[in-house]
Ligand binder design. Structure first.
Ligand code: UD1
Length: 446
């Protein structure tokens, strides 16, 4: 492909189905082109967390008036959530990294399939709309690349709080004829989404709710901090037992979204993979503690300050075993990026996926680049190889696309990560940020 005359930023027209290159269908897709071999160097400030900002947007529905959210990344998922809020009657406007949200006295209690299908996190409007209006009609999300992803914990907990559900033509009709009341709910698994849905329903419920075996993710603690600014009474957010004393009403508030530990971790992995040295700033290193610990075990040098860390990659990583777990364990959303690094380790690593046991589509793509990885049940056996070679790979979801771009940073030749628009769902300016650190990478748009 190199040497072919091309319009900068366009797909390589010289490659056709008949010329042995890309099939026609692919010519009209987005791609990220990476040429490996350059160590990343420099500093990068992370933005607010996607997985917090989306929930905060939903939480704003709990109080009428004008809310302000700062440090909100400009990513596709935030745009989709903006559409969900507009659908229920709210206004949502962006000014730089600030979102201004105008919430009506009585939101329309529904989220249609076309929005829920685009983003599963829309299911969180269930708790917020029920709390505000006593009813909600939310299309039931289907499966996705990670498997079926049920919402039974959300529904079981809400039922204990007095909510009735009917499934009508694929739409969940939720009503609370006698209002939502507090309950003592104990989750089977510390599900992030279920904890959040119950929290959103509980802040305006009648009486006290206890969520046992709750998720402890920092984004959830940040959601509780925002709700508290709105007047909610919450104890224990960030621990595995959350107590919520329902209040009659909340008022609009302003909040700054917690830094994105996944963006921080992804650039740490990019530094390590490229044999470079990158300082990630404006982050909370404690939120990435397990990931940084595993990078150290893999031979990286890690320096940590109050709101920054620096990762310097080894010439060749060491093998590391790890298991993904709810926070503070190793984040499942960092699993594909970490496997990219371990793919070139000097030995065999075993990665156990405990959160999403179907999160393996990226493996075949890494193997096309020359990796030697086998998934057996929920275990991934990564036999390290000396080098990877660039080729066309499918960036099948947000983190897989990030992982395959990272793999390209060290690969021999050119790597084309297709379907790159997945990146835009979770990372703002991913390619420009890599370029600012010295990577030979560009976005190709047809
Ligand atoms: C959130 C994050 C996602 C992250 C995940 C785990 C957002 C928008 N997404 O997803 O990026 O990977 O947390 O940290 O914040 N489960 C059930 N029944 C339920 C709910 C969950 O069986 O009712 C299962 C899921 O299928 C999965 C596991 O529990 O296997 C964890 O899911 P959960 O923590 O709920 O993840 P999400 O909130 O969907």
């Amino acid at each position: 492909m190199r040497g072919t005359a091309r319009v900068p930023g366009s797909l390589p027209w010289g490659n056709t189905r008949f010329g042995g290159g890309l099939p026609y269908s692919r010519l009209f897709m987005d791609a990220i082109r990476v040429v490996g071999g350059r160590p990343l160097e420099g500093e990068l400030a992370v933005l607010g967390a996607k997985n917090a900002a989306l929930k905060h947007m939903v939480a704003s529905l709990l109080a009428p008036g004008t809310h302000r959210l700062d440090n909100v990344p400009d990513i596709l998922d935030v745009e989709i959530m903006g559409d969900v809020l507009r659908h229920v009657g709210a206004r949502c406007e962006r000014d730089g990294s600030t979102l201004h949200l105008e919430v009506p006295e009585r939101p329309v209690p529904e989220a249609p399939l076309e929005l829920v299908r685009q983003m599963r996190a829309s299911i969180l409007v269930l708790g917020a709309l029920l709390a505000r209006t006593g009813e909600a009609r939310v299309a039931l999300p289907g499966g996705d690349d990670f498997g079926s992803r049920p919402i039974d914990f959300h529904l079981d907990g809400l039922q204990q709080m007095g909510v009735h559900f009917d499934l009508v033509h694929g739409v969940l009709h939720a009503t609370a004829p006698n209002g939502i009341h507090g309950a003592d709910v104990f989750l089977e698994f510390p599900s992030v989404g279920a904890t959040e849905n119950l929290l959103l329903a509980a802040v305006l419920a009648d009486g006290k709710t206890t969520i046992g075996n709750a998720a402890r993710e920092p984004e959830l603690a940040d959601l509780a901090a925002y709700l508290s600014k709105m007047g909610a009474k919450i104890d224990g957010a960030g621990t595995s037992t959350i107590e919520i004393h329902g209040v009659p009403g909340l008022t609009a508030a302003a909040h700054r979204v917690v830094p994105d530990r996944l963006e921080a971790g992804t650039f740490a992995l990019a530094a390590a993979m490229s044999r470079g040295s990158v300082t990630v700033s404006e982050c909370v290193p404690d939120h990435s503690r397990m990931e940084l610990q595993k990078l150290q075990a893999a031979g990286c040098t890690v320096a940590v300050g109050d709101d920054w860390f620096t990762v310097t990659g080894p010439d060749r990583p060491l093998p590391v075993d790890l298991a993904t777990l709810p926070f503070p364990g190793f984040h499942t959303d960092m699993h594909p990026q970490m496997v990219s690094l371990l793919a070139v380790a000097d030995g065999t690593s075993i990665v156990t996926e405990n959160v999403y046991t179907a999160r393996f589509r990226y493996i075949g793509e890494l193997n096309r680049m020359g990796a030697d990885i086998v998934a057996d049940g929920q275990h991934v056996v990564v036999r390290g190889v000396e080098g990877l070679s660039g080729c066309e790979v499918d960036g099948c979801d947000i983190r897989a696309a990030a992982a395959l771009t990272i793999a390209g940073l060290r690969a021999d030749g050119e790597n084309l990560v297709m379907d790159a628009s997945h990146i835009d769902r979770g990372y703002q300016d991913f390619v420009p940020k890599l370029q600012s650190l010295g990577a030979n990478v560009e976005r190709l748009r047809s």
